[in-house]
Design a protein around this ligand. Structure first.
Ligand code: COA
Length: 359
């Protein structure tokens, strides 16, 4: 039953003792969030985990995770208000506090449903829309057709000896330092993890299966690998680490266009379920210019001129866009010295406001 008068509440950063109550809130909202995400994110950005608390009852009535992941990137998650407290401005209030905390960072989120997606897109300017995520969900069917061995590849649990290598591998894929998360999740009891390594101890992929806030629902994520075979081996073996009681309801969230990931989820016994939409506040276009021009025998001057043209058009068409200008990767001679010269010359385009140079 909805409350009739405006509640007397405060918004504050959450503490460890609030975690159970927030999980209950999420369960009530139908979310399938990683169970211990708040305990882990508290080490990353404690001020970004916001709760609304009813001052009369002491109960947590709303939550918004507005976590600063890096200097320029933040994520929103778990945003909800207890049903009986909705419609009194608590949602807007906690959302605005989260937004203020994240400042000018690029913010990413996934919307719980289509209505919320439209609100984020049309009202809150989440303009860079990601392709949908497809929920692959069901009971695991780990039959004998699944890859269970690859010559020269060993699987070990993520542990303190290999975690730095896993973090580095993850960073190469995501472009983000997610060390706090990976460190936190492999140490969380009940999560299972495996890393695939070759005989030179190089990481070829890794996989986690995590508990969610919904009892008995397990989430396979992240799962990254150098190729489909290693991904299948990792997914298969990680699932086998789950006790039988935890194999009846498992989710893998795949990009809708990622047919290989969807195929793997199907092989593990999961079926297509709902889709989820999301977006970012800033557009992150990626364009590769420079190296191919040199490869096609353009002069250094023409290549630099081309980079300048692309930057001019990009920033004119997308004025809110932050551009990351990277050096051209080293190449064998005769291209090598030309690439070096281009890299030196394009540094002048970095104003450290719109265009930042990363070498
Ligand atoms: C979305 C939600 C957090 C808003 O909380 P609230 O306290 O009711 O929000 P407010 O009273 O401050 O209203 C904020 C705005 O949210 C929107 N809103 C409110 N209830 C909503 C609902 N059930 N679904 C979608 N949007 C809703 C309204 O557009 C409102 O806009 P207004 O400023 O024009 O009135 C709350 O409805 C909720 O918990 N919903 C279920 C969980 C959910 O979907 N969370 C979003 C995850 S992406």
């Amino acid at each position: 039953m909805s409350i009739s008068k405006k509640p007397n509440y405060i918004i504050r950063s959450m503490g460890l003792s609030d975690c159970d109550e927030v999980r209950e809130l999420w369960k009530g909202a139908g979310f399938t969030i990683i169970k211990n995400v708040n305990e882990v994110f508290m080490k990353l950005d404690p001020e970004g985990l916001l709760v609304a608390q009813d001052q009369d009852t002491g109960k947590i009535i709303g939550y918004c995770g507005a976590v600063n992941v890096s200097e320029d990137f933040a994520v929103i998650g778990g945003y909800c208000v207890k049903p009986e407290y909705q419609g009194h401005g608590i949602g807007n209030n906690i959302w605005n506090s989260g937004m203020a905390h994240m400042g000018d960072r690029n913010i990413g989120l996934m919307a719980a449903n289509m209505k919320m997606f439209e609100i984020y897109r049309d009202r809150h300017h989440f303009k860079c829309i990601r392709e949908p995520i497809l929920y692959m969900r069901g009971q695991l069917a780990l039959d004998t057709d699944l890859i269970d061995h690859i010559k020269g590849v060993s699987l070990v649990a993520i542990n303190e000896d290999n975690v730095r290598d896993v973090i580095e591998y993850d960073q190469q894929i995501c472009g983000l330092d997610r060390s706090v998360m990976i460190e936190g999740f492999y140490k969380t009891a009940d999560n299972v993890s495996l890393v695939a390594i070759n005989d030179r101890n190089q990481v070829l992929g890794y996989c986690f299966i995590m508990e969610t806030c919904v009892q008995s629902l397990q989430l396979v994520a992240p799962l990254y690998a150098d190729n489909c075979q290693i991904a299948e081996l990792l997914g298969h073996k990680c699932c086998l680490l789950l006790p039988l009681s935890k194999r009846s309801d498992v989710i893998i969230k795949c990009w809708k266009s990622d047919h290989k990931a969807i195929q793997l989820a199907k092989k593990l016994g999961l079926s297509e379920g709902r889709e989820q939409m999301g977006g970012y506040t800033k557009v992150i276009p990626q364009t590769n210019v420079g190296t191919n021009n040199i490869g096609w025998n353009n002069t250094v001057e023409d290549t630099v001129h081309g980079v300048k043209q692309v930057l001019t058009e990009l920033t004119a068409k997308l004025p809110d866009t932050k551009v990351i200008l990277t050096s051209i990767l080293p190449a064998p001679e005769p291209r090598g010295s030309k690439c070096k010269q281009v890299t030196e010359l394009i540094q002048q385009f970095a104003d450290n406001k719109t265009v930042t140079l990363v070498s």
